[in-house]
Write a protein of this length. Structure first.
Length: 225
């Protein structure tokens, strides 16, 4: 029974890290595709992608491993939680583990935010420069202004949806998990505690759906030529 609990808690920690890191990799790929298109064409080959996937799995394992081995040595503890319906790391009074896990999961979240905002700002500036160049030679300035406005609206819609998806699905889970590590999940409302894992899983679904439209729509305003 104890081995099952440890395994379940490790799988939980590992899959959370794996999901976050995969989403961060997708966001970074999008950044390269638009901002550094030459580098994207040069480096994003099948072998490179395979190596990145392997690094994602290794990195995710390294995030979950300290708590797993800490449980074996007695420095950390996995325990069954009724609210979670599974075994969960209990890190109250284990500040090094709690800080490590919180920071390690914050890295991919920060990468998603930075690359998404950077890509949006870069592309917005590109659209503005393109519009300024076109209107010099434009016979119909009003039509050029309309096209620019439409492309800017599409750009804002795409990246706004991505950021909103990340904020709504990842923030509640990260904050709730961090609080649970620090003070225990008994102080967190049961409804909130039960809803957060479900909302977190939606991040993978919502991100995938947005990606279906991203590549097509991004060609309307992409400086990747």
């Amino acid at each position: 029974r104890e081995a099952t609990c440890i395994t379940a808690a490790f799988v939980f920690s590992y899959t959370v890290s794996l999901s976050l890191t995969t989403l961060a990799a997708i966001s970074f790929d999008r950044f390269l595709f638009i901002v550094k298109s030459e580098s994207h064409r040069k480096w994003m080959k099948p072998k490179s992608v395979l190596a990145i996937v392997a690094l994602i799995w290794i990195y995710s394992f390294l995030i979950a491993a300290p708590i797993f081995f800490g449980n074996i040595s007695g420095d950390a503890k996995f325990a069954y939680r009724d609210r979670a319906g599974t075994c969960f790391p209990t890190l109250i009074g284990k500040e090094p583990y709690a800080i490590f896990y919180s920071l390690a999961t914050l890295i991919p979240i920060s990468l998603m935010a930075i690359t998404t905002i950077w890509t949006f700002v870069f592309t917005k500036k590109f659209l503005r420069r393109d519009y300024e160049r076109r209107k010099i030679w434009a016979e119909n300035l009003k039509a050029e202004k309309s096209v620019y406005t439409m492309r800017l609206r599409n750009l804002t819609g795409v990246f706004g949806s991505l950021l909103l998806s990340h904020v709504l699905t990842l923030t509640p889970f990260y904050v709730t998990t961090t609080i649970a590590f620090a003070i225990g999940n008994d102080r967190i409302p049961a409804v909130l505690y039960a809803a957060c894992p479900i909302v977190f899983l939606l991040s993978n679904i919502s991100n995938s759906l947005l990606q279906l439209y991203f590549r097509r729509d991004s060609l309307m305003f992409c400086p990747c030529g």
